[in-house]
Design a protein around this ligand. Structure first.
Ligand SMILES: O=S(=O)(CCO)c1ccc(-c2ccc(C3CCCC3)c([C@H]3C[C@H]3c3ccccn3)c2)cc1
Length: 248
């Protein structure tokens, strides 16, 4: 992917998102708005030009899977429709490399707002941990809005296009899923099993709705959809992996 025109941006945004994901939620600005078992979901209330763009940060711990497995199922287009319940259609516009793709997703309509689509590059990468050089166990998937010749977003200078070629307001998003594998080595030197694995997840998301939608509606949708999404996704990955050999 190093040769692709997007590579400098992919490299920069992915590094920025890794740093951002690692910042704690301790500092007072984050508001805890959902808890479910090990999952803690935080948000900040922010508006850009009157549009709700509340940044979200979720932390979660899932036993029995590796960080690679969690990121693999999040990145791969083959499984997305199994766990993403808010999209109607998904298309890979370009396969930049084995670890980088460009997606176009049409999201289900959130009444009374107009229907949205999302066009973004998605990049999967293993991250050497600067603090712990032999921790080869951190993986990240970063999704960030981009343009693409095959899905122009503009016509008459606005973000609205005619229904014929998909009249959707285009959201602008930056998302990062950072997963670290923790291994509790078995006492008796036995082989590692899934019972010895824990995956520590940080999920960060900023979605700009791209066009007006009532703040109260968006905040209610985010409050409902994000916990549901992360719970469904992590359970899906556990179920997909539980009877398969471990992939680090
Ligand atoms: O993590 S990902 O990269 C996974 C790949 O799909 C991701 C997650 C979320 C979105 C997204 C896009 C649009 C909306 C809204 C904005 C106005 C109307 C639709 C929302 C709001 C609805 C909330 C939501 C939260 C979580 C999951 C889905 N829906 C979320 C896009 C990508």
């Amino acid at each position: 992917a190093q040769s692709h025109v997007l590579w400098p941006e992919i490299d920069r945004i992915t590094a920025e998102q890794l740093h951002y994901a690692r910042q704690g939620v301790g500092e007072g600005v984050w508001e805890l708005f959902a808890e479910d078992g090990e999952m803690r979901m935080y948000k900040r209330e922010e508006e850009v030009n009157g549009l709700v763009v509340d940044p979200l940060k979720a932390v979660h711990t899932v036993k029995g899977v590796t960080g690679f497995e969690m990121c693999h199922y999040f990145f791969s287009p083959d499984y997305r429709l199994d766990w993403e319940t808010t999209i109607e259609q998904m298309k890979v516009l370009e396969k930049v490399s084995d670890d980088t793709m460009i997606f176009l997703q049409i999201h289900k309509r959130v009444w009374p707002a107009s229907q949205r689509d999302a066009l973004f590059w998605s990049h999967l990468r293993q991250v050497p941990d600067s603090r712990d050089p032999d921790a080869q166990n951190i993986w990240i998937v970063c999704n960030h809005s981009t343009e693409h010749h095959s899905a122009p977003e503009k016509s008459n200078g606005k973000y609205i296009r005619e229904k014929s070629n998909g009249k959707y307001i285009r959201v602008f998003l930056t998302v990062a899923l950072v997963c670290q594998t923790m291994i509790e080595p078995p006492k008796n030197g036995a082989q590692i099993t899934r019972d010895d694995l824990t995956c520590k997840i940080t999920y960060c998301s900023v979605v700009n709705p791209g066009g007006w939608a009532p703040a109260s509606v968006l905040r209610a949708v985010y409050k409902r959809e994000y916990p549901k999404f992360l719970k469904k996704f992590t359970h899906y990955v556990y179920d997909q992996c539980k009877n398969k050999p471990i992939r680090f």
